[in-house]
Design a protein. Structure first.
Lengths: 60, 322
């Protein structure tokens, strides 16, 4: 192996490692803004809505 | 930041990490749908005297020990009933299209995302507000403003007004009482005001916790310096709830004192809420002091505004009036 080829291999391997580490860090780092997927299935009980014009008892 | 491990839900209880995919279990499943007077939000400078279709899902990203809606904000979706439209056969949920349809059916010019916090049903709020705008319906957020910058900026693009809580003026208050921090809320307030939507601010005064005159003065100064003297500020009365049942209600005297302090600091529109007050519910012209809107509770008794201006001196009044 020539010296030139050896240096090229080292550069390639180093680049692959850097890209891999960057990709892994990006994938595992917590994200501040994640768009959640809707499930279309509510985990709790459902009941029919009655009397929508009635003012809410809740604050706000 | 809320870090959610696989199989776990977040602080809000309604956003779940399922094998690396974040899912929202409340999209389309409100636990409360009502038509309220818009003054109840409270919004005093946005379409006064109109009804507003108001929705909430279960959950919240804060855990205020004094929460007035704790039965739905601090509950699990598994234990809380969601509503479905009894008269429609199109499925037991409320897609944004159906909410808009019902808002129009009841003649409401606007839709509020309220009671708990629209931030935890963010995707539902965003999709509905975007569609509402296209259909000529305005959207109102009633929120604690505890959100990161990027999603907040995106949400502000599709809404028209917000009432944002500023629960206290010290970080210690947010940490001890709300399980949150102050800075994100202040940032959200500044961003909202800068975005051009109508912003009103609410401060709930809790006896012994945030009722010191110096705190109220500092809060008022912060509002004036960062949001402007035109920003309406509501001082709301506390009543014993949730984990704060041992504290007394806020007195009218206390609320009137807070209003006086805020006005002496240069805020033009300062209101009193949750307690009946003779003058604290009315809007006056900041220049000539004429009575512009007289209210009693959530009812408008008189509205003298002319195209958003004082009828006596012609001063423009901050707000969305039609």
């Amino acid at each position: 192996m020539t010296r030139r080829k050896f240096v090229q291999k080292v550069i390639k391997a180093g680049s692959a490692i850097i890209v891999g580490v960057w990709w892994l860090a990006k994938k595992t780092a917590p994200r501040k803004f994640v768009w959640a997927v809707k499930t279309r299935k509510y985990p709790g009980p459902l009941k029919p809505l009655r009397n929508i014009p009635k003012q809410s008892k809740w604050s706000g | 930041m809320c870090i959610i491990e696989p199989g776990q839900s977040g602080e809000c209880r309604v956003r779940i990490n399922v094998d690396g995919v974040l899912q929202t279990v409340v999209y389309g499943f409100p636990c409360s749908i009502h038509i309220d007077p818009i003054e109840k939000k409270p919004l005093f400078h946005f379409l006064p005297g109109t009804g507003i279709l108001s929705i909430a899902t279960v959950g919240c990203n804060l855990h205020c020990r004094n929460c007035q809606n704790w039965e739905i904000s601090q509950a699990n979706p598994e234990d809380t009933e969601a509503l479905y439209p009894a008269s429609e056969q199109l499925g037991k949920w409320w897609p944004p299209e159906r909410l808009i349809k019902w808002t129009k059916r009841y003649g409401c010019p606007s839709l509020a995302y309220t009671y708990t916090d629209p931030i935890i049903f963010y995707e539902y709020t965003y999709d509905t507000a975007k569609l509402a705008r296209a259909e000529g319906i305005r959207s109102v957020l009633v929120t604690a403003g505890y959100i990161n910058r990027e999603p907040w900026e995106r949400l502000l693009e599709v809404v028209d007004a917000a009432n944002i809580d500023l629960k206290g003026i010290t970080n210690d208050f947010y940490v001890r009482i709300c399980s949150g921090t102050l800075k994100p809320v202040q940032d959200a307030l500044v961003l909202a005001r800068a975005s051009g939507i109508l912003v009103e601010v609410t401060n709930l005064i809790i006896p012994t916790l945030n009722d010191r005159p110096e705190d109220i003065r500092e809060l008022s100064r912060w509002v004036k310096m960062n949001l402007g003297s035109e920003t309406p500020l509501h001082f709301s009365g506390f009543y014993p709830q949730y984990k704060m049942r041992h504290l007394p209600r806020t007195s009218l005297k206390m609320l009137e004192m807070a209003r006086e302090i805020a006005m002496s600091e240069g805020l033009h529109y300062v209101y009193i809420g949750n307690v009946r007050s003779k003058e604290g519910e009315n809007t006056y012209c900041p220049d000539c002091k004429s009575l512009l809107i007289e209210r009693s509770g959530y009812t408008i008794l008189q509205n003298h505004l002319k195209d958003g201006h004082c009828p006596d001196c012609g001063r423009e009044i901050y707000g969305v009036w039609k």
